[in-house]
Design a binder for this molecule. Structure first.
Ligand SMILES: *[C@@H]1O[C@H](CO)[C@@H](O)[C@H](O)[C@H]1NC(C)=O
Ligand SMILES: *[C@@H]1O[C@H](CO)[C@@H](O)[C@H](O)[C@H]1NC(C)=O
Ligand SMILES: *[C@@H]1O[C@H](CO)[C@@H](O)[C@H](O)[C@H]1NC(C)=O
Length: 453
């Protein structure tokens, strides 16, 4: 959507600064090499049942870990080296000259966690991807002068303390780590106190967002930390009704799925291959759900799916982990995305990216970037109470409008909007976040004071 004129101007600028191209080329080479290294060493993709906390350790072979640790070491020592200034080909003028300052916090708040390479690849890793993406935007949206910033990004990674018992992130420390980061920036800079944090931006990529607890009853009892309540939170959790975990200015963002793993999956799928699985789901399906303080996993929806369709030949339902599950999604017509503990699921992103029609079963879910992704056109929503009728519902769709939905799903802009790239690309998830922030510029203290100049 870049006009020819803009393109020419950009080109002119680039030729004038041709030495930048040499720099650019070296960085591209650097990225290509590190991409290839990362690519080869990438951890097995998380099983889609990762939201369901089974008691199995995730595969993280020691050898891989050590090798990629070395790669990360060399990358994280110098910010300017990992995230070199570059001009991503994205049109930033649409953001109304939005300027973001990214706090340079001590590494214990963020990059130290990257020593475990799962930290930047698992389903909660949008906190990492977005930080990297913003840092790569230097000179465009990202400013190094906090005095001209509209928003302040506080990069705290809270999802990377993987439990040695079950392999899942322990987020008990999230509140204190964030509090500590806020105390630090409010002591060292004048900007937090100026607005009590209302132009400060955080990520909370957990089940229940900035309530920082996996179980809804605990999450809602704890609520949003008081210290965060004035700020803007980018979170994967969102519902259409009033909920204590979104009692804060927020933007719903997609869960993180590695663009590299998707690319790898797509590369291995023959273009002409028919989708031979009708209805697909792989993940935790409890046959006898446990009562955990009055709550049942997936509100028993998954149990009902298993009970009703476990032996139905149209349904391919699997309860075990399988590293190659993305290729199964790519082979499927309908992909079930039922709630787990929280309504959202990484399957939403994977289904869309791999062209499988997402069947959303999570009452009241608020989906990411509704202006960029017209969810009703590319997915189906089935009420939790209707899960026993899934068979008929999907048959009906197959006979009527399935091909329309599949056609809508082919739109590349829809897939792009759900993925975080580094550097960001026009229309991708980071771009959508920037656009959402550009609609909140009334919160910018810098802009309010400049208005009087
Ligand atoms: C990681 O989680 C464990 C268990 O919840 C906790 O005891 C520990 O303090 C956490 N580590 C850090 C560095 O926050
Ligand atoms: C901001 O307020 C806190 C709490 O009142 C105070 O400790 C801190 O010194 C203030 N920061 C600045 C930069 O004045
Ligand atoms: C397809 O049909 C179903 C009803 O069977 C309807 O709920 C849905 O909105 C339709 N979707 C599109 C994109 O036409």
């Amino acid at each position: 959507m870049i006009t020819h004129k803009q393109r020419r101007t950009e080109k002119g600028l680039c030729f004038k600064h041709y030495f930048k191209w040499i720099l650019c080329f070296s960085f591209t080479l650097y990225f290509l090499v590190s991409f290839l290294v990362d690519h080869n060493q990438e951890d097995l993709p998380l099983s889609p049942s990762s939201l369901s906390r089974p008691n199995t350790l995730l595969t993280n072979p020691k050898t891989k870990f050590i090798a990629s640790h070395v790669v990360f070491e060399s990358k994280i020592h110098d910010h300017t080296l990992i995230f070199p200034p570059q001009r991503p080909n994205i049109r930033t003028d649409v953001f109304n000259n939005l300027k973001i300052y990214v706090y340079d916090l001590p590494s214990k708040f963020n990059t130290d966690w990257l020593a475990n390479d799962r930290c930047s690849n698992h389903l909660f890793a949008a906190e990492v991807a977005l930080h990297k993406a913003l840092l790569s935007l230097e000179g465009d949206v990202r400013t190094k002068d906090p005095h001209e910033a509209d928003f302040f990004f506080v990069p705290v990674y809270v999802s990377c303390n993987f439990s040695t018992v079950n392999g899942f992130p322990a987020i008990g420390h999230a509140r204190s780590l964030i509090k500590e980061a806020i105390e630090l920036v409010s002591a060292q800079y004048p900007f937090w106190n100026r607005t009590s944090g209302s132009d400060h931006v955080f990520t909370a990529t957990h089940d229940f967002g900035c309530c920082f607890h996996t179980m809804e009853d605990r999450a809602t009892a704890d609520g949003v930390p008081r210290i965060l309540r004035n700020s803007i939170v980018l979170q994967t959790f969102g519902v259409t009704f009033k909920h204590p975990c979104q009692e804060v200015e927020n933007v719903v963002i997609p869960p993180y799925i590695s663009p590299v793993s998707l690319h790898k999956t797509q590369k291995n799928i023959p273009v002409t291959k028919e989708r031979d699985i009708r209805v697909f789901f792989r993940g935790k399906m409890e046959i006898h759900p446990r009562d955990i303080s009055g709550r049942f996993y997936s509100k028993r929806v998954r149990t009902e799916i298993w009970r009703s369709y476990g032996s139905d030949p149209r349904f391919y339902l699997q309860r075990q982990r399988f590293a190659g599950y993305q290729s199964e999604i790519a082979r499927s017509v309908f992909c079930l995305c039922p709630l787990g503990w929280a309504p959202w699921s990484p399957r939403l992103v994977e289904s869309v990216a791999l062209g499988c029609v997402p069947i959303i079963i999570a009452d009241g879910i608020r989906l990411p970037f509704p202006s960029a992704v017209r969810w009703p056109d590319i997915s189906l929503t089935v009420a939790e109470r209707d899960v026993g009728k899934l068979g008929e519902i999907l048959e009906h769709v197959a006979e009527t409008n399935l091909s329309v939905i599949q056609k809508n799903l082919e739109d590349p802009s829809v897939k792009r909007a759900l993925l975080f790239n580094v550097p960001p690309q026009e229309g991708d998830a980071t771009w959508q976040v920037l656009e959402a922030l550009s609609k909140k510029l009334h919160r910018s203290a810098a802009r309010r004071s400049n208005a009087f100049l």
